[in-house]
Ligand binder design. Sequence first.
Ligand code: T3D
Length: 262
Amino acid sequence: MEYKFIKFTLENSVAVITLNRPEVLNSFNIPMAKEVQDALTKCEEKNSIRAVVITGEGRAFSAGQDLAEAAPKDEPLADPGKFLEESYNPIIKQIYEIEKPVVAGVNGVAAGAGANIALACDIVVASEKASFVQAFSKIGLIPDSGGTYFLPRLIGLQKASALMMLGDKLTAEEAEKIGMIYKVYKEDEFEANLKTLSSKLAEMPTRGLALTKKALHQAMNNNFYRQLNVEKEFQIEAGKTNDYKEGVSAFLEKRKPNFIGD
Ligand code: T3D
Protein backbone atom coordinates (compact mmCIF):
# COMPACT_ATOMS: atom_id res chain seq x y z
CA MET A 1 0.00 0.00 0.00
CA GLU A 2 1.30 3.46 -0.86
CA TYR A 3 1.06 5.93 1.99
CA LYS A 4 -0.43 9.40 1.54
CA PHE A 5 -1.43 10.36 5.08
CA ILE A 6 1.31 8.76 7.16
CA LYS A 7 5.07 8.45 6.96
CA PHE A 8 6.53 5.05 7.68
CA THR A 9 10.26 4.71 8.30
CA LEU A 10 12.49 1.95 9.57
CA GLU A 11 15.85 2.58 11.23
CA ASN A 12 17.86 0.19 13.40
CA SER A 13 14.91 -2.18 13.99
CA VAL A 14 12.62 0.71 15.03
CA ALA A 15 9.58 1.42 12.84
CA VAL A 16 8.20 4.94 13.10
CA ILE A 17 4.62 5.69 12.04
CA THR A 18 4.13 9.44 11.70
CA LEU A 19 0.56 10.69 11.36
CA ASN A 20 0.84 13.21 8.57
CA ARG A 21 -2.16 15.50 8.07
CA PRO A 22 -0.73 18.48 9.96
CA GLU A 23 -3.14 20.99 8.39
CA VAL A 24 -5.98 19.33 10.36
CA LEU A 25 -3.85 18.43 13.38
CA ASN A 26 -3.41 14.86 12.10
CA SER A 27 -7.07 14.13 12.66
CA PHE A 28 -8.10 10.73 11.34
CA ASN A 29 -10.02 10.17 8.15
CA ILE A 30 -10.69 6.59 7.12
CA PRO A 31 -7.85 6.49 4.55
CA MET A 32 -5.30 7.56 7.20
CA ALA A 33 -6.65 4.95 9.60
CA LYS A 34 -6.32 2.25 6.91
CA GLU A 35 -2.72 3.30 6.33
CA VAL A 36 -1.95 3.08 10.05
CA GLN A 37 -3.54 -0.38 10.13
CA ASP A 38 -1.43 -1.46 7.15
CA ALA A 39 1.77 -0.13 8.73
CA LEU A 40 1.00 -1.88 12.04
CA THR A 41 0.43 -5.14 10.15
CA LYS A 42 3.88 -4.74 8.56
CA CYS A 43 5.34 -4.10 12.03
CA GLU A 44 3.75 -7.30 13.30
CA GLU A 45 4.91 -9.39 10.35
CA LYS A 46 8.51 -8.23 9.97
CA ASN A 47 10.86 -9.91 12.42
CA SER A 48 13.45 -7.22 11.78
CA ILE A 49 11.13 -4.66 13.44
CA ARG A 50 11.59 -4.87 17.21
CA ALA A 51 9.96 -1.64 18.41
CA VAL A 52 7.28 0.66 17.03
CA VAL A 53 6.82 4.41 17.52
CA ILE A 54 3.64 6.34 16.75
CA THR A 55 4.02 10.11 16.55
CA GLY A 56 2.62 13.11 14.69
CA GLU A 57 3.85 15.63 12.13
CA GLY A 58 3.71 19.34 13.00
CA ARG A 59 2.22 20.76 16.18
CA ALA A 60 -0.20 17.95 17.00
CA PHE A 61 -0.07 14.25 17.78
CA SER A 62 -3.68 13.84 16.59
CA ALA A 63 -6.99 15.66 17.10
CA GLY A 64 -8.94 12.40 16.81
CA GLN A 65 -11.73 11.91 14.32
CA ASP A 66 -11.71 14.30 11.35
CA LEU A 67 -14.98 16.06 12.11
CA ALA A 68 -15.34 17.22 8.53
CA GLU A 69 -15.47 13.57 7.52
CA ALA A 70 -17.96 12.85 10.31
CA ALA A 71 -20.17 15.76 9.22
CA PRO A 72 -19.92 16.13 5.43
CA LYS A 73 -21.54 19.33 4.07
CA ASP A 74 -25.27 19.08 3.34
CA GLU A 75 -25.34 15.46 4.47
CA PRO A 76 -26.49 13.82 7.70
CA LEU A 77 -23.86 13.06 10.36
CA ALA A 78 -22.04 9.80 9.73
CA ASP A 79 -22.73 6.89 12.05
CA PRO A 80 -19.99 6.98 14.73
CA GLY A 81 -20.07 3.17 14.87
CA LYS A 82 -18.71 3.08 11.33
CA PHE A 83 -15.57 4.96 12.39
CA LEU A 84 -15.02 2.72 15.37
CA GLU A 85 -15.42 -0.38 13.27
CA GLU A 86 -13.34 0.78 10.31
CA SER A 87 -10.78 3.08 11.90
CA TYR A 88 -10.18 2.94 15.61
CA ASN A 89 -11.04 -0.47 17.03
CA PRO A 90 -8.75 -2.30 14.58
CA ILE A 91 -5.88 0.10 15.42
CA ILE A 92 -6.36 -0.25 19.18
CA LYS A 93 -6.50 -4.05 18.88
CA GLN A 94 -3.35 -4.08 16.76
CA ILE A 95 -1.44 -1.96 19.29
CA TYR A 96 -2.69 -4.21 22.10
CA GLU A 97 -1.89 -7.47 20.36
CA ILE A 98 1.37 -6.76 18.57
CA GLU A 99 4.18 -8.73 20.20
CA LYS A 100 6.56 -5.80 20.25
CA PRO A 101 6.74 -2.66 22.38
CA VAL A 102 4.75 0.27 20.99
CA VAL A 103 5.75 3.78 22.09
CA ALA A 104 3.53 6.83 21.67
CA GLY A 105 5.75 9.85 21.07
CA VAL A 106 3.22 12.57 21.80
CA ASN A 107 4.72 15.62 20.16
CA GLY A 108 1.72 17.97 20.60
CA VAL A 109 -1.98 18.05 21.33
CA ALA A 110 -3.69 14.64 21.50
CA ALA A 111 -7.49 14.86 21.51
CA GLY A 112 -10.38 12.41 21.30
CA ALA A 113 -9.39 9.17 19.61
CA GLY A 114 -5.94 10.72 19.18
CA ALA A 115 -5.46 10.81 22.96
CA ASN A 116 -6.76 7.29 23.40
CA ILE A 117 -4.61 5.80 20.66
CA ALA A 118 -1.65 7.21 22.59
CA LEU A 119 -2.92 5.74 25.87
CA ALA A 120 -3.29 2.31 24.25
CA CYS A 121 0.45 2.24 23.60
CA ASP A 122 2.79 0.40 25.96
CA ILE A 123 4.86 3.45 26.85
CA VAL A 124 3.71 7.04 26.38
CA VAL A 125 6.24 9.86 26.36
CA ALA A 126 5.46 13.45 25.51
CA SER A 127 7.03 16.75 24.64
CA GLU A 128 6.49 19.48 27.21
CA LYS A 129 4.39 21.15 24.46
CA ALA A 130 1.94 18.24 24.37
CA SER A 131 -1.48 18.09 25.95
CA PHE A 132 -4.27 15.54 26.30
CA VAL A 133 -7.99 16.20 25.86
CA GLN A 134 -10.85 13.72 26.22
CA ALA A 135 -12.74 15.90 23.75
CA PHE A 136 -15.69 13.55 23.20
CA SER A 137 -18.11 15.02 25.76
CA LYS A 138 -17.82 18.42 24.12
CA ILE A 139 -19.45 17.09 20.97
CA GLY A 140 -21.96 14.81 22.64
CA LEU A 141 -20.09 11.54 22.17
CA ILE A 142 -18.68 9.06 24.65
CA PRO A 143 -14.94 8.29 24.98
CA ASP A 144 -13.89 5.52 22.62
CA SER A 145 -10.76 3.92 21.14
CA GLY A 146 -10.17 1.99 24.35
CA GLY A 147 -10.20 5.12 26.51
CA THR A 148 -12.80 3.85 28.98
CA TYR A 149 -10.67 0.71 29.40
CA PHE A 150 -7.22 2.24 29.74
CA LEU A 151 -7.72 5.62 31.42
CA PRO A 152 -9.37 4.45 34.69
CA ARG A 153 -6.75 1.72 34.94
CA LEU A 154 -3.98 4.28 34.53
CA ILE A 155 -5.22 7.07 36.81
CA GLY A 156 -8.20 5.66 38.73
CA LEU A 157 -11.92 5.95 38.22
CA GLN A 158 -12.37 9.34 39.87
CA LYS A 159 -9.87 11.27 37.78
CA ALA A 160 -10.85 9.39 34.62
CA SER A 161 -14.52 10.25 35.16
CA ALA A 162 -13.75 13.93 35.67
CA LEU A 163 -11.44 14.20 32.67
CA MET A 164 -13.86 12.31 30.43
CA MET A 165 -16.96 14.20 31.53
CA LEU A 166 -15.47 17.68 31.66
CA GLY A 167 -13.17 17.35 28.66
CA ASP A 168 -10.49 19.45 30.40
CA LYS A 169 -7.14 19.79 28.68
CA LEU A 170 -4.28 18.23 30.65
CA THR A 171 -0.71 19.39 30.10
CA ALA A 172 1.97 16.77 29.55
CA GLU A 173 3.47 17.68 32.91
CA GLU A 174 0.12 17.11 34.68
CA ALA A 175 -0.35 13.85 32.77
CA GLU A 176 3.03 12.62 33.97
CA LYS A 177 2.28 13.68 37.55
CA ILE A 178 -0.91 11.61 37.73
CA GLY A 179 0.66 8.55 36.10
CA MET A 180 -1.20 8.85 32.81
CA ILE A 181 2.06 8.90 30.83
CA TYR A 182 5.60 7.73 31.50
CA LYS A 183 7.73 10.84 30.94
CA VAL A 184 7.78 14.39 29.66
CA TYR A 185 10.80 15.61 27.71
CA LYS A 186 11.88 19.18 27.08
CA GLU A 187 10.77 20.26 23.60
CA ASP A 188 14.30 20.51 22.19
CA GLU A 189 15.24 17.09 23.62
CA PHE A 190 12.01 15.29 22.70
CA GLU A 191 13.10 13.75 19.36
CA ALA A 192 16.50 12.63 20.62
CA ASN A 193 15.04 11.11 23.78
CA LEU A 194 12.29 9.36 21.82
CA LYS A 195 14.93 7.86 19.54
CA THR A 196 17.11 6.75 22.46
CA LEU A 197 14.13 5.13 24.19
CA SER A 198 12.86 3.30 21.10
CA SER A 199 16.36 2.14 20.06
CA LYS A 200 16.93 0.82 23.56
CA LEU A 201 13.68 -1.16 23.41
CA ALA A 202 14.61 -2.54 19.98
CA GLU A 203 17.87 -3.91 21.39
CA MET A 204 16.19 -5.69 24.28
CA PRO A 205 14.95 -9.31 24.40
CA THR A 206 11.88 -8.82 22.18
CA ARG A 207 10.20 -12.10 23.07
CA GLY A 208 10.58 -11.35 26.78
CA LEU A 209 9.10 -7.88 26.28
CA ALA A 210 6.17 -9.38 24.37
CA LEU A 211 5.50 -11.82 27.20
CA THR A 212 5.79 -8.97 29.72
CA LYS A 213 3.20 -7.00 27.74
CA LYS A 214 0.84 -9.96 27.62
CA ALA A 215 1.28 -10.71 31.34
CA LEU A 216 0.50 -7.09 32.25
CA HIS A 217 -2.59 -7.15 30.07
CA GLN A 218 -3.80 -10.32 31.75
CA ALA A 219 -3.09 -8.84 35.19
CA MET A 220 -5.70 -6.16 34.50
CA ASN A 221 -8.40 -8.83 34.68
CA ASN A 222 -6.92 -11.74 36.67
CA ASN A 223 -6.98 -12.41 40.36
CA PHE A 224 -3.71 -12.83 42.28
CA TYR A 225 -3.60 -16.64 42.08
CA ARG A 226 -4.31 -16.81 38.36
CA GLN A 227 -1.72 -14.15 37.72
CA LEU A 228 0.98 -16.13 39.55
CA ASN A 229 0.23 -18.98 37.15
CA VAL A 230 0.43 -16.63 34.16
CA GLU A 231 3.86 -15.47 35.36
CA LYS A 232 5.03 -19.08 35.74
CA GLU A 233 3.75 -20.06 32.29
CA PHE A 234 5.30 -17.05 30.56
CA GLN A 235 8.55 -17.35 32.51
CA ILE A 236 8.92 -20.93 31.31
CA GLU A 237 8.54 -19.60 27.76
CA ALA A 238 11.02 -16.76 28.33
CA GLY A 239 13.45 -19.27 29.82
CA LYS A 240 13.55 -21.12 26.50
CA THR A 241 14.68 -18.11 24.46
CA ASN A 242 18.18 -17.55 23.11
CA ASP A 243 18.04 -14.09 24.63
CA TYR A 244 17.73 -15.57 28.12
CA LYS A 245 20.87 -17.65 27.52
CA GLU A 246 22.63 -14.60 26.13
CA GLY A 247 21.53 -12.39 29.03
CA VAL A 248 22.85 -14.77 31.67
CA SER A 249 26.11 -15.46 29.75
CA ALA A 250 26.73 -11.75 29.23
CA PHE A 251 26.17 -11.06 32.92
CA LEU A 252 28.57 -13.79 34.01
CA GLU A 253 31.16 -12.78 31.41
CA LYS A 254 30.79 -9.12 32.43
CA ARG A 255 30.03 -7.95 28.89
CA LYS A 256 27.18 -6.15 27.12
CA PRO A 257 24.53 -8.64 25.91
CA ASN A 258 23.74 -8.94 22.23
CA PHE A 259 20.05 -9.83 22.13
CA ILE A 260 18.62 -11.15 18.87
CA GLY A 261 14.95 -10.89 19.75
CA ASP A 262 14.02 -14.54 20.25
O1 T3D B 1 -18.41 9.93 14.53
C1 T3D B 1 -17.40 10.09 15.20
O2 T3D B 1 -16.83 11.16 15.30
C2 T3D B 1 -16.88 8.86 15.96
C3 T3D B 1 -15.45 8.93 16.31
C4 T3D B 1 -15.02 9.51 17.42
C5 T3D B 1 -13.62 9.64 17.75
C6 T3D B 1 -13.20 11.05 18.13
O3 T3D B 1 -12.01 11.31 18.10
S1 T3D B 1 -14.38 12.19 18.57
C7 T3D B 1 -13.41 13.61 18.99
C8 T3D B 1 -13.03 14.40 17.76
N1 T3D B 1 -12.06 15.44 18.04
C9 T3D B 1 -12.38 16.57 18.62
O4 T3D B 1 -13.52 16.85 18.98
C10 T3D B 1 -11.26 17.59 18.77
C11 T3D B 1 -11.51 18.80 17.91
N2 T3D B 1 -10.40 19.72 17.96
C12 T3D B 1 -10.17 20.52 19.03
O5 T3D B 1 -10.86 20.49 20.03
C13 T3D B 1 -9.01 21.46 18.90
O6 T3D B 1 -8.69 21.60 17.54
C14 T3D B 1 -7.75 20.99 19.66
C15 T3D B 1 -8.00 21.06 21.18
C16 T3D B 1 -7.34 19.56 19.29
C17 T3D B 1 -6.57 21.94 19.32
O7 T3D B 1 -7.00 23.27 19.45
P1 T3D B 1 -6.14 24.45 18.78
O8 T3D B 1 -6.74 25.73 19.23
O9 T3D B 1 -4.70 24.22 19.09
O10 T3D B 1 -6.30 24.25 17.18
P2 T3D B 1 -7.55 24.65 16.26
O11 T3D B 1 -7.40 26.05 15.80
O12 T3D B 1 -8.80 24.25 16.92
O13 T3D B 1 -7.33 23.66 15.01
C18 T3D B 1 -6.39 23.91 13.98
C19 T3D B 1 -6.96 23.45 12.67
O14 T3D B 1 -7.19 22.06 12.72
C20 T3D B 1 -8.32 24.08 12.41
O15 T3D B 1 -8.45 24.25 11.01
P3 T3D B 1 -8.31 25.73 10.33
O16 T3D B 1 -9.28 26.62 11.03
O17 T3D B 1 -6.87 26.11 10.58
O18 T3D B 1 -8.61 25.49 8.89
C21 T3D B 1 -9.29 23.05 12.89
O19 T3D B 1 -10.54 23.13 12.28
C22 T3D B 1 -8.56 21.79 12.47
N3 T3D B 1 -8.98 20.65 13.30
C23 T3D B 1 -8.68 20.44 14.59
N4 T3D B 1 -9.25 19.32 15.03
C24 T3D B 1 -9.93 18.81 13.98
C25 T3D B 1 -9.76 19.66 12.88
N5 T3D B 1 -10.34 19.42 11.70
C26 T3D B 1 -11.09 18.31 11.61
N6 T3D B 1 -11.29 17.46 12.62
C27 T3D B 1 -10.73 17.66 13.82
N7 T3D B 1 -10.90 16.77 14.81
